[in-house]
Design a protein around this ligand. Structure first.
Ligand code: FAQ
Length: 316
């Protein structure tokens, strides 16, 4: 019986399950720190999906043709769906959804640094799909094997959809890169602006990452931030070459011995500045989300009133 075991024994049993790759489910015993780590990561992830709708949402009305518009609209809706699965996964750990969302609106909760950069041209839709969704997949495919069941299962569908997003972004970039000199320049400019922020998405270097060690032990994370960043660079550089675009890194070079690309130093001051709320769009993003909640209050009230009415009719 769980109640007869000491905390230490419970923790040992818990770690044994993790070591054997047995999934942890919502009603299983888990250390409080494991629960809190997951609530932190899953809610930050959920916020990223929802805030991540804004930079692309900005271009839905200005997509260059009907096909591009329909695809972008579907993509942005997918991100909303991802946010909802993730908020639900956080709820299975006891997180209160209203509180979680209030933390985003008060500026207490983090979300991915990448969504605090502006989307200035149509090519940014290509760069986001290709690079941002590309980085997201690199990070999220291993999360399908996360030790916490509801998070791992949510990631399976999310990754399938992100994979479509990545390809649609790459297709936009390839198309622009083969277009007029102005279109190619627009694609290159988008790559120049999104390359470094995309590398920052993976989080601080391993030496600075305070959660990685423990999260790897618990098999929440399966790879370190630097390992995933390297994989992303190795996969993406040849893609840029294939469509005739140049990665904006003068130190980038392929190391024949290691089989990996070496790349330049990331501007960590810029990263932490954005994470602390001082990026180009942080204030605007949070304010937009806050207003969306306020403006949508009547929809929630109407839905509640309708469900109460149905409930009353049923019991009558
Ligand atoms: N931005 O010790 P670590 C997407 C924080 S989804 C802001 O390394 P950890 C889909 C970190 O929270 C993109 N903050 O932390 C899409 C921690 O702060 P805390 C989101 C960051 O958790 C595409 C501190 O730094 N994906 O793009 C960032 O072990 C297109 C120390 O860091 C996920 O959330 C950052 N980039 O590793 C949507 C995936 N990096 O909490 C729309 C799940 C780190 O102690 C359009 N999350 N920090 O105050 C993860 O895999 C991990 O949480 C990491 C960070 C890898 C992000």
């Amino acid at each position: 019986m769980v109640k007869d075991l000491s905390i230490q024994e419970l923790e040992e049993r818990f770690q044994e399950k993790i070591n054997k790759d047995i999934k942890i489910e919502p009603n299983d015993w888990m250390p409080d720190d494991y629960r809190q780590t997951l609530i932190r990561q899953i809610s930050q992830h959920a916020h990223s999906e929802i805030v991540g709708m804004l930079p692309e949402g900005n271009w839905i009305t200005r997509a260059p043709n009907l096909r591009r518009k329909a695809v972008l609209l579907a993509k942005v809706q997918d991100e909303a769906g991802h946010g909802l699965y993730l908020y639900s996964a956080a709820e299975t750990l006891g997180a209160d959804r209203e509180e979680t969302i209030d933390d985003l609106h008060s500026g207490k909760a983090k979300y991915s640094s990448i969504f605090n950069y502006p989307t200035l041209t149509w090519a940014d839709m290509g760069a986001i799909g290709w690079l941002v969704d590309g980085a997201a997949i690199m990070n999220q495919v291993p999360l399908c094997r996360c030790s916490y069941g509801p998070y791992a299962r949510a990631m399976v569908r999310v990754c399938k959809e992100e994979s479509f997003h990545q390809r649609q972004g790459f297709e936009i970039m390839a198309h622009l890169a083969q277009g007029s000199p102005e279109q190619k320049a627009m694609a290159q400019d988008a790559l120049n602006r999104f390359w470094w922020p995309a590398l920052m998405m993976f989080g601080p270097n391993d030496a600075e990452s305070k959660h990685t060690l423990q999260s790897m032990k618990w098999k929440i994370k399966r790879h370190t931030n630097d390992e995933l960043r390297q994989q992303f660079v190795d996969v993406t550089v040849p893609q840029a070459e294939m469509i005739g675009l140049t990665i904006p890194d003068k130190d980038l070079k392929f190391n024949e011995k290691t089989g990996h690309y070496e790349f330049g130093e990331i501007n960590w001051d810029e990263f932490w500045n954005v994470v602390k709320g001082n990026g180009p769009c942080n204030k605007d993003r949070v304010e937009t989300r806050r207003k969306a909640k306020e403006n949508g209050a009547w929809v929630r009230e109407a839905a509640l009133a309708y469900s109460e009415k149905r409930q009353n009719r049923k019991s009558a």
